[in-house]
Design a binder for this molecule. Structure first.
Ligand code: FES
Length: 106
């Protein structure tokens, strides 16, 4: 269910992905901004998820953004193109999200 306060955030993310010329290919978007979590934590998450996706040759991009406009309870991660925001994402959760994006419909 779409929550009213997520509409603007989703619109901003779609606009950002269009600027990056992202297709509708699946992506996991990870915030590395300082307001939602320690930057080192978010950057480590990016590294782990990218390594996992590369090891398994998953057709999922791992994108990094400066802010996803949620800004608390991070690290904040969003799935794309079906945008859903996730809070307090750890490595296991991020890997599960990437695996889910690689196998849509499961
Ligand atoms: S700084 Fe991470 S969502 Fe805003």
């Amino acid at each position: 269910m779409l929550r009213w306060f997520e509409v603007g955030k989703k619109r901003k993310l779609r606009k950002l992905m269009r600027r990056r010329e992202a297709t509708e290919a699946p992506a996991l978007v990870i915030c590395v901004g300082k307001a939602c979590a320690e930057r080192e934590l978010s950057r480590a998450l990016v590294g782990h998820v990218r390594a996992h996706a590369a090891r398994r040759s998953l057709p999922v991009r791992v994108e990094v953004v400066g802010c996803l406009h949620v800004c608390e309870d991070g690290p904040i991660v969003a799935t794309y193109p079906r945008i859903k925001f996730h809070r307090r994402v750890d490595e296991a959760r991020a890997i599960a999200l990437v695996d889910g994006l690689a196998t849509p419909g499961e």
